[in-house]
Structure formats: C-alpha cells, structure tokens
Design a protein around this ligand. Structure first.
Ligand SMILES: O=c1ccn([C@H]2C[C@H](O)[C@@H](COP(=O)(O)OP(=O)(O)OP(=O)(O)O)O2)c(=O)[nH]1
Ligand SMILES: [Mg+2]
Length: 155
C-alpha cells in the first residue's frame, strides 16, 4: 500500500477516510456551509492537500447517495489531482435538481477521492495509424440504443 502525505489546511476536518475496507473512494468534506440553488455550481474547499508520488493521480468523484437524493454532482467529474499539485483539493459541486436547493453544512462528506496509477506516454507523430477492428467507428456505431418511449408509457 502506498503512503500519501496529507496536510490539513483546516485543522477541524478529518483526513480523507475510507468508510469500509475495500472501498475505492476516501470521503472528502466541505469546510464551508453552502446553499446551492437549482442549476448552481460552487467551488468548495476540503481543507486537505496531498503529495502524491509520481505515477499516481487522484480523482474527485461524486457520491452516489447525494446524487440520488439531491441531484448533487461535480461539474468536472472526475476532477483530476495531479501528482505535482500541492494546493488545497477543491470540489466543483453542481446542483442538478430542477426545483430544490441543496444545503450543505461544514463537515458534510461531499465527494470521494479515488487514487489510481496513471501512465504517461511519449506521443509520437505518424502519417497514419495501424489498422484495428473498430477503425474509426464510434458514437453509437455498434447500435443497441434504447429508444425513448412516449410520455406516460413507462412502466
Ligand atoms: O476537481 C478538482 C480538479 C483540479 N483540482 C486542482 C488539482 C489539479 O492538479 C489542478 C489543476 O486541475 P486541471 O488540470 O484539471 O485544471 P486546468 O484547468 O487544466 O488548470 P491548470 O492549467 O492549472 O492545469 O487543480 C482540484 O483541486 N479539484
Ligand atoms: Mg491542467
């Protein structure tokens, strides 16, 4: 297991915490109270900074429970924390609910940090690319998409 050095820019917040053994995401809290109107986005501080070893990156993901209950997500999901970044981790929250505001209180767990190995590559330019089975097909080229049902006919 890697050790990652963390500093608390706000001494009142917990370190990133895995809720269960085997969890991929360590929860991050907001250090501020915030009220997000429908459609509004707010950059919230977490009070945490990390020094990731080269070869790792951290990704700031939404929490599914808040997404389900309140429509709360992250604009740039997943946010990328570069190994060289030493600043405060911040979370760009967005309220996707069309009607209700989302009220968050200091200490609420608002996001989760997933640490992953990442590769860096040398980009080598060429006139053409080697053939592949997929080729340039994409954007639904394999078919099988659900067709929207008329209103009122969903079970
Ligand atoms: O959700 C996020 C995303 C990014 N960052 C910090 C860490 C990251 O290393 C830095 C830059 O992020 P990114 O590369 O995504 O943003 P950019 O718009 O490309 O900014 P820059 O020009 O500083 O790279 O901002 C966060 O704290 N939270
Ligand atoms: Mg960048």
């Amino acid at each position: 297991m890697f050790e990652v050095t963390v500093t608390r820019l706000d001494p009142g917040v917990p370190l990133p915490t895995y809720a269960h053994p085997g969890d991929a995401g360590a929860d991050l809290v907001t250090t501020i109270d915030v009220d997000l109107a429908p459609g509004e986005r707010v950059l919230v501080p977490t009070g945490i900074a990390v020094a990731l070893p080269d070869g790792l990156a951290a990704f700031v993901h939404p929490r599914s429970g808040l997404a389900l209950r309140h429509g709360l997500s992250i604009v740039n999901t997943p946010g990328t924390i570069d190994a060289g970044y030493r600043g405060e981790i911040k979370v760009l929250l967005v309220n996707h609910d069309p009607r209700e505001s989302v009220r968050l209180t200091r200490g609420d767990r608002v996001a989760q940090l997933v640490i992953q190995r990442v590769e860096r590559v040398a980009f080598t330019e060429a006139e053409s690319l080697p053939d592949s089975v997929r080729g340039a097909g994409g954007y639904g080229s394999t078919g099988g998409h659900a067709i929207a049902e008329p209103q009122g006919e969903r079970s």
